[in-house]
Design a binder for this molecule. Structure first.
Ligand code: HXC
Length: 508
């Protein structure tokens, strides 16, 4: 019996070594942890239960029959994060560069299927070179099965992809279909084809960082939702993110204990808006002062900074925040900001996370650059996303709400449940000067000045909208958290029936 038990331990030890000491050392030298070290850090201590540790590939081409490594380049299983069950797979770069074979794919598929049955999140830790080249179509077929499951799980269980090494091919397509992608700075890359292939096909010489580093995907392409300095920070932040997310689309958001009173007032908010309406202020200050204990997990902080998206809690329960940022481009809505916010709003709605929207928007960004880039379609995405929401929507206009952007930003007309304005709000078709120059074209400077004053007095306030009931109440800035908390409690059982249809036709 002892021999049998020892043999099991030996086989386990062999599997735990992955691609061997030398490759593990190389992994560490690059500043990366191994697949197993990452799992240890990410999950609650001792909670990991592994599946398929002894699975090997079945390929006999290109000498592969001589190189079988137990586990086949991916560590899979389940465990807990602060007591809540999650499923995960962690690609092992030390084994064939973490590349995906037929059997490697089957391990991932098993985790995806089990997570769907148990209705728990799936987290993929990626450090892999795509399809295993030696396996050809067997690997491509494996990816197809993974992709299909990504899509079936979308909107049912949260799916998070963490990019922790050079990732190519299927190892970027699968993440692209999940809810969130996070990267590690300087050690992780995402590209459909790597720098060598780029050189061969287009003659372009480009480094991995320039082609698909965190600096590219968090700021330029918007493919990644955030980046962290190293593996350790990244994994600890992923634990924090999991704490905000529901387990599935029917579970409701998690409730955590908080010492922060829901009716806390904040007098400093009464002076947040500068006297000069053209002066910027930081909308994140408002978010941080409204959420429990100032704890805010920002999504896509480095991309389209003119809009802020992220998760916070009120009375211990997760809320999605969307806010125009007057510090960047005066908070204008452009294509990137619209796409970023639309995706976030749709995630929240799919997973029944209430949304609080802070509005200070001078309108949509004019110009050929935006129009040629499809601003009409991209802006429509955000309008569509809000209009489609069935989750509680609470909107607070802090200052400007001009033009179509007023409608888009969770106005009463597209489904806002509670629409509040601060006394500093200005709700109009456009700013006073622009408006008067159009309706009094050719007027003398004195006439223009007089009409501008009149327009400002009449329209640049919250009261015209409040007189019509488009704004439910004009509230004191210091009471914003209390009003939102009461509103969310009142809306806790919101239920909206939508007409039966196969699916909508979002302007993608
Ligand atoms: C088999 C692979 C591999 C792969 C890497 N390796 N990628 N083995 N299939 N796809 C192996 C290498 O042979 C090497 O083995 C080890 O992993 C480490 O790779 P290196 O190249 O030494 O590492 P590095 O210099 O860091 O470069 C990493 C890399 C590069 C950028 C990922 O390996 C690369 O470009 N790989 C190919 C990427 C690719 O084109 N994949 C196919 C995509 S098509 P040894 O034994 O030397 O340690 C695809 C289709 C899916 O995925 C469908 C999409 C819709």
């Amino acid at each position: 019996m002892k021999d049998i038990l020892d043999r099991l331990e030996e086989r386990r030890a062999e599997a735990r070594l992955g691609g061997g000491e030398k490759r593990i050392e190389a992994q560490h030298k690059r500043g990366k942890l191994t697949a197993r070290e990452r799992i240890e850090l990410f999950l609650d201590k001792g909670s990991f239960e592994e599946f398929d540790m002894f699975v090997e590939h079945r390929s006999n081409d290109f000498g592969m029959e001589k190189t079988k490594i137990p586990g086949d380049g991916v560590v899979t299983g389940w465990g807990t994060v602060n007591g809540r069950t999650v499923y995960l797979f962690s690609k092992d770069f030390t084994v064939f560069g973490g590349s995906l074979s037929e059997t490697h794919a089957q391990k991932i598929i098993k985790v995806q299927d089990m997570a769907m049955k148990a209705r728990c999140p799936v987290i993929g830790l990626f450090d892999a070179g795509g399809a295993r080249i030696q396996e050809g179509v067997a690997a491509l077929g494996g990816y197809g099965e993974v992709f299909k499951r990504n899509v079936l799980a979308s909107g049912v269980i949260p799916q998070i992809s963490v990019i922790m090494g050079p990732c190519a091919g299927g190892d970027v397509y699968s993440p692209a279909m999940t809810d969130f992608i996070f990267m590690v700075r300087d050690t992780s890359y995402m590209f459909v084809t790597g720098p060598d292939v780029v050189k061969t096909v287009t003659n372009e010489v480009v480094t991995a960082e320039e082609l698909g580093g965190a600096s590219v995907h968090t700021a330029k392409s918007g493919v990644a939702d955030g980046a962290f300095e190293n593996d350790v920070e990244c994994l600890l932040q992923m634990r924090r993110l999991i704490d905000f997310l529901p387990s599935n689309n029917e579970s409701g958001v998690p409730q955590w204990p908080t010492l922060d009173a829901a009716d806390r007032l904040d007098d400093s908010l009464d002076t947040l808006i500068p006297d000069n309406p053209n002066k910027p202020y930081d909308i994140k200050e408002l978010i941080l002062k409204v959420v429990d204990e100032g704890d805010f997990f920002e999504i896509s902080a480095g991309y389209a900074k003119n809009i802020v998206t992220g998760f916070g809690r009120i009375a211990g329960k997760t809320v999605g925040f969307v806010a125009n940022q007057p510090m960047v481009l005066a908070g204008v809505l452009d294509s990137d900001a619209s796409r970023k916010a639309a995706r976030f709003v749709r995630f929240c709605d799919a997973f029944n996370i209430p949304i609080v929207t802070f509005v200070d928007v001078p309108g949509f960004l004019p110009g050929t650059d935006q129009e040629y880039g499809g601003l009409i379609k991209h802006g429509a995405k955000l309008l569509f996303a809000y209009s489609q929401c069935t989750v509680p929507l609470i909107t607070v206009i802090t200052r400007k709400a001009f033009g179509g952007a007023y409608d888009v930003m969770a106005s009463k007309h597209v489904g806002g449940d509670l629409n509040y304005a601060w006394p500093t709000a200005q709700i109009a078709v456009m700013g006073a000067k622009g408006a008067v120059e159009i309706i009094f074209r050719g007027g003398t400077p004195d006439e223009i000045a007089a009409q501008t004053k009149q327009y400002e007095d009449r329209f640049l306030s919250p009261f015209v909208a409040a007189e019509r009931g488009y704004i439910d109440d004009v509230i004191m800035p210091h009471s914003t958290r209390r009003r939102i908390a009461r509103g969310l409690a009142m809306l806790a059982n919101k239920h909206v029936e939508v007409p039966r249809r196969k699916h909508d036709n979002l302007p993608v």
